[in-house]
Ligand binder design. Structure first.
Ligand code: NDP
Length: 451
C-alpha cells in the first residue's frame, strides 16, 4: 500500500486550493531532505502542522455605499503560525481574495518572517473588495466595517496586520482609526502607519529597497554591481516603485513598470522625473500607467500579453528581472523568453510570481534566482522595527532604520546561502530560504510542545 507523504496528506486535506498546494509543494521539495535527516520533525508532524493554520477567521462585511446600496463582502484573517511571535502579515483587498490565496500567502509568510530573525509569527488576511474606482467615502466605510469585526481577533501582542495589494497607507489609516476608537487605545496594532501617528521611517520603501539590497549582496558574490545593468520591473505599486528608486540610486537602468492596464517601456531607462510622475499617477490620482505614458514622448505604453508570442514585458532584452506585481504573473513562456534574451538574474519582489513550470525552467538554467520569501522580507522586517518603536515609544531616524534594514537583508542573504551550502545545494537561494526558515520554526514548535 502506498504510504501518505506529508505533501499528499496536506493536498487531500485542502482540496481545490491550487495556489496553496503550489506554495506547499515548493517548500516540501527542499525540506524533505531535512525531514529525512531529523526524524523528530517527522515524529512531531512539523511540516503538516505548519501547513494547518492555527486559526482561520472568516466574516461578513456589510456596508452601505455612497449610492445607498448595501454591499456584502467577505473578510478573512488566517492566523497561520505563532511559534516565533504574534501573528504578523499583511491585509490584501482584491476581488480575487479567497482562502486559497490567503493560505498560500500566510504559509509563505511563516518562512519569510523566520528569516528576518525577529520575533514574528505569521498571518495574512484581507477581503474580496477592490478599492479601484471607489470614492474616498466608500473606501473609508469599507475599512471601518471590516475593522469593526477584525478588531475582536487582533491586538498588539496577538496579531499585527499590515498592508499588501490594495491596502496602502490610506487604508491603514482608516483601519487604525477605527481600531483606536473601538478599543479606546492608541497602540501599535497595525504597521505601515503614517510617520506622525506611530509609523516607522522607511516602512513605505522597505520592501522595494530590501529587494535591491538583497540583490546587491548576490552581486557581491560574483563581483558585479548594478552599474549600467538593464532591469525589467513589473508592477507599479509600492514594491515596484521603491525597487525602481533604488535601482536608479545604484546606477542601474530600470526599463519597465506594469499594471493591470499594460506596461510602460522606457528604452533609455527611468529617470527620477519619470518615477515621480508615475508615483503621482498611481498613488495620488489612482490612475493607470497610460496616463503616465501620455506625459512623456519617450515612454512607450503597451498592453501586456504575458505568455503570448509577443508584446510581453518579459520579451524585452535586459540583464536582470524583478517581478513585483502578483502571484503567478510570469509563466513558462515568459521564462523561456527571458532565457532566450539573456536575463542573468531574477529576484522576486512579489510573493510567488513565477508559476511552478516557470520556476522549474529557471532553476534548471544558469540564471541566478532569489525567491520572494527572502528578497521581499524587508517589508515585514521594517514592520517588526515599527512594532519595537511603538513599544518603546521612541522613534529611530531614517539612517538608523535604513542601517537595520540593510543589516537584516545581509543576514537573510547569508543565511540562505549558508543553508544551501550546508545541504550541498550550491547557490540555490530558494532551497536555502526554505530550509533556514523551516528549521527555525520547526525547532521552536518542538520546544513549545504539541499545542
Ligand atoms: P500594490 O497594490 O501597491 O501594487 C501592485 C501592482 O501590481 C499594481 O500596480 C497593480 O496594478 C499590479 N498588478 C496586480 N495584479 C496584476 C496583474 N495580474 N497583472 C499586471 N499587474 C498587476 O501592491 P504591492 O506593491 O504592495 O505588492 C506587490 C507584491 O509584493 C504582492 O505580491 C505582495 O504580496 C508583495 N509584497 C508586498 C509587500 C509590501 O510591503 N507592500 C511586502 C512583501 C510582499 P493596478 O495598479 O492596475 O492594480
Amino acid at each position: 500500500m502506498k504510504r501518505d507523504t506529508p505533501l499528499s496528506s496536506i493536498k487531500q486535506a485542502n482540496p481545490n486550493q491550487k495556489i496553496f498546494h503550489q506554495a506547499v509543494e515548493e517548500v516540501y521539495d527542499h525540506v524533505k531532505t531535512v525531514l529525512d535527516q531529523q526524524p523528530e520533525y517527522r515524529r512531531y508532524k512539523i511540516f503538516e502542522r505548519m501547513a494547518e493554520p492555527e486559526r482561520i477567521i472568516s466574516f461578513r462585511v456589510n456596508w452601505m455605499n455612497e449610492s445607498g446600496e448595501v454591499e456584502i463582502n467577505r473578510g478573512y484573517r488566517v492566523q497561520m503560525n505563532s511559534a516565533l511571535g504574534p501573528f504578523k502579515g499583511g491585509l490584501r483587498f482584491h476581488p480575487q481574495v479567497n482562502l486559497d490565496v490567503l493560505k498560500f500567502l500566510a504559509f509563505e509568510q511563516t518562512f519569510k518572517n523566520a528569516l528576518t530573525g525577529l520575533p514574528l509569527g505569521a498571518g495574512k488576511g484581507g477581503a474580496n473588495f477592490s478599492t479601484k474606482n471607489r470614492s474616498e467615502n466608500d473606501v473609508m466605510h469599507f475599512c471601518q466595517n471590516f475593522m469593526s469585526e477584525l478588531q475582536r481577533h487582533i491586538g498588539r501582542r496577538v496579531d499585527i496586520p499590515a498592508g499588501d495589494i490594495g491596502v496602502s497607507r490610506r487604508e491603514i489609516g482608516y483601519l487604525f482609526g477605527t481600531y483606536k476608537k473601538l478599543k479606546n487605545e492608541f497602540s501599535g496594532v497595525l504597521t505601515g502607519k503614517g510617520i506622525n501617528w506611530g509609523g516607522s521611517m522607511i516602512r513605505q520603501e522597505a520592501t522595494g529597497f530590501g529587494l535591491i539590497f538583497f540583490v546587491e549582496y548576490m552581486l557581491d558574490q560574483i563581483n558585479e554591481t548594478f552599474d549600467g545593468k538593464r532591469c525589467l520591473v513589473s508592477g507599479a505599486g509600492n514594491v515596484a516603485q521603491h525597487a525602481i528608486e533604488k535601482i536608479i540610486d545604484l546606477g542601474g537602468i530600470p526599463l519597465t513598470a506594469s499594471d493591470t492596464s499594460g506596461y510602460v517601456y522606457i528604452p533609455e531607462g527611468f529617470k527620477p522625473e519619470h518615477l515621480e510622475a508615475m508615483m503621482k499617477v498611481k498613488n495620488e490620482d489612482r490612475g493607470s500607467l497610460n496616463e503616465f505614458a501620455e506625459q512623456f514622448p519617450e515612454v512607450e505604453f503597451h498592453t501586456d500579453k504575458s505568455g503570448s508570442e509577443s508584446n510581453s514585458i518579459w520579451d524585452i532584452e535586459a540583464d536582470f528581472a524583478f517581478p513585483c506585481a502578483t502571484q503567478n504573473e510570469l509563466n513558462e513562456k515568459d521564462a523561456q523568453n527571458m532565457l532566450n534574451n539573456g536575463i542573468r538574474l531574477i529576484a522576486e519582489g512579489a510573493n510567488m510570481p513565477l508559476t511552478a513550470n516557470a520556476l522549474k525552467l529557471v532553476l534548471d538554467s544558469d540564471i541566478l534566482y532569489a525567491p520572494g520569501k527572502a528578497t521581499n522580507a524587508g517589508g515585514v522586517a521594517t514592520s517588526g522595527l515599527e512594532m519595537s518603536q511603538n513599544q518603546m515609544g521612541y522613534y529611530w531616524t531614517r539612517e538608523e532604520v535604513g542601517y537595520q534594514l540593510q543589516h537584516i537583508m545581509k543576514n537573510i542573504h547569508d543565511e540562505c546561502l549558508q543553508s544551501a551550502q550546508k545541504y550541498d545545494l550550491g547557490k540555490n537561494y530558494l532551497a536555502g530560504a526554505n530550509i533556514a526558515g523551516f528549521i527555525k520554526v520547526a525547532d521552536s514548535m518542538i520546544a513549545e510542545g504539541v499545542v
